[in-house]
Design a protein around this ligand. Sequence first.
Ligand code: SME
Length: 165
Amino acid sequence: MYDFKPDPDLTASERYRQLCDAADALTASEPDGIANMANVAALLWEFVPGLNWAGFYRMGKDAKGAKELVLGPFVGRPACIRIPVGSGVCGAAARLAATHLVEDVHAFPGHIACDAASRSEVVVPVIRDGEVVAVIDLDSPLPARFTAEDAAGLEALAAILAARI
Ligand code: SME
């Protein structure tokens, strides 16, 4: 059993530092990317308060061979399985290889509502050898839940995971 419980008194950036340390320890010697994403989705759920969805979309291909995001390990309600690159918040983050912080998902053109309860969202690309190989997606039922601290913490996590998923 792994017992990575965050201290409730930590600041957001300290929490992300602990989350990154835990993710590093859990994934360092495991070559299976799906197992690593599954454990990191569970860590995100434990360490980041105020979520209704936390997980991964991996870069895959559609039936015609075009790049498309495919649902990966997550915690939360069942979600959209395939997202074309460029669609929704995840597809925009994948296309631009850039973090997207969305304070109000209803105001984001093309937002894909997998859970009607979601109000805000952050999506961070995982980049390996210059290519987006996955995105980390967090949703919250709270408006404007995510800040630059979340983005920075998740980008540090994405850097750790880049060669491990
Ligand atoms: N809202 C995302 C879709 C994925 S779910 O939130 C899990 C989007 O617009 O890309």
